[in-house]
Design a protein around this ligand. Structure first.
Ligand SMILES: [Zn+2]
Length: 430
């Protein structure tokens, strides 16, 4: 772990920065722009905050690299990270993942959870992440231990990574006395209430569990993020119950639906209707294309051509905030994953047909992810924004997403190399 850093220094960096992430158009009037929407900018800062945004007119005289705000992972599971090797799910089904996950649970100790979560955080930092929302299996004694370990890590890492913790328990647990005690604990560590609503389920029971959860979240003032409709069956069954519950009561905390995958199996008209209803209730959606494409819709001897995945574009069109997350990290649910936002963009781009040079292609990894997570900084730059950047050894989006480049970091105005060692400030890196 790196010690806290004094961010009293002035500094600046040159690079290709996405035009869509500059807060005010006035700052980039007459700026050259590449076909991928990148502007050559020099960003200046003092005491860890941006003080000036300067357009580099003679950019051809420089060898500029891609410059991004430090990024966000809105949906992870660091407590079960790196467990694939010991607990593989070779069939690759949802049902088998659940079984293997339960077996892995029997072997959890606080030390193991701490070790794998720390490894995940180090990897995330070196990959350019500044904020992670992680769901934590929080049921029973091992859940109590995990919650303690991860909230300790949240405190230890706060200067480098903002960690949001979601207590993941069976949905009906929030209606019990133990659930209420857990919610109080979650509130004390500024976490969120989580759960799973995946069919087949009993409609009335699930509706009641959602209502209980909403009342509790209102009382303890915690946001909600639930795994919903991570399925290839009963399209949007969970979302429909959620909307019904929201129609009958007022919820005063942010609500996020993670996955919402089976919704895309509905007709266009139904998708549009539900997307509008989600927007009217101000519900955010986190799409998780990699795990969905790996786990869902499997059929023996057939390669599925129709894939359950949150209908990202229709949701955006309706005004829903949509983020994209990496979800699992080499665990029974998904054998790959590396907490690398660039690798996630690269793998997702062809699955979702949304490239980062489009505004709605970049927002799920930046502004929308920040909005769903309620982060103080929305990833856009203006005077006063945090000097938090990642510099990638590539000069365009296409190159960056093809090679998964080396990277260096500016954290609150300090420069770090790819090994996360403090280095001397440089105007151009690599
Ligand atoms: Zn998940």
């Amino acid at each position: 772990m790196i010690n806290s850093i004094n961010s009293s220094k002035q500094g600046s960096i040159k690079g290709w920065f996405p035009r869509g992430l500059v807060d005010s158009a006035k700052d980039i009037l007459f700026a050259p722009v590449t076909s991928e929407g990148l502007c050559p900018l020099q960003l200046h800062w003092d005491i860890g905050r941006v003080t000036k945004i300067e357009v580099i007119q003679n950019y051809r005289e420089h060898s500029l690299k891609l410059l991004l705000p430090r990024l966000i992972e809105p949906h992870s599971h660091i407590d079960k990270s790196f467990t694939w090797k010991e607990f593989p799910n070779l069939q690759g089904t949802y049902e088998e993942a659940l079984k293997v996950n339960l077996r892995e649970h029997e072997n959890r100790t606080p030390e193991i959870v701490r070790s794998r979560s720390e490894k995940a955080l180090k990897l995330a930092l070196a990959n350019g992440l500044r904020s992670i929302r992680s769901h934590i299996d929080s049921f029973g004694l091992s859940g109590t231990h995990s919650w303690q370990v991860i909230t300790d890590l949240k405190h230890e890492w706060k200067d480098f990574i903002e960690l949001q913790c979601v207590a993941l328990v069976p949905l009906e647990y929030w209606g019990t006395q133990e659930g209420h005690l857990l919610a109080n604990k979650v509130a004390r560590s500024e976490g969120l209430l989580g759960g799973v609503l995946v069919p087949p389920f009993h409609k009335q029971d699930s509706y009641k569990s959602l209502v209980d959860l909403f009342h509790l979240a209102n009382r303890v003032n915690c946001g909600i993020d639930i795994h919903i409709d991570e399925s290839a069956k009963f399209p949007a069954a969970g979302i429909k119950q959620l909307i019904k519950a929201l129609d009958h009561m007022e919820v005063n905390v942010p609500i996020t639906c993670s996955h919402s995958s089976s919704m895309s199996l509905l007709s266009s008209r139904e998708v549009r209707y539900l997307a509008n209803r989600l927007a009217s209730h101000n519900v955010g959606v986190i799409a998780l294309p990699l795990t969905n494409n790996w786990l869902l819709g499997r059929q023996e001897r057939e390669t599925p051509v129709k894939r359950p995945l949150a209908p990202i574009k229709q949701l955006q069109e309706a005004g829903v905030n949509v983020a994209i997350g990496g979800d699992n990290l080499q665990d029974p649910w998904f054998p790959l994953g590396n907490l690398d936002p660039i690798s996630l963009m690269s793998s997702s781009m062809s699955l979702i047909q949304l490239p980062p040079w489009e505004r709605l292609g970049l927002s799920p990894y930046t502004t929308s992810a920040a909005a769903i997570m309620g982060l103080e900084w929305d990833c856009t730059i203006k005077c006063g924004s945090p000097a938090n950047f990642v510099i990638l050894d590539a000069s365009s989006w296409s190159e960056c997403l093809s090679i998964i480049p080396r990277r260096q970091h500016i954290i609150n105005g300090d420069f770090f190399d790819e090994n996360m060692s403090l280095v001397k400030p440089q105007l151009e890196i690599f």
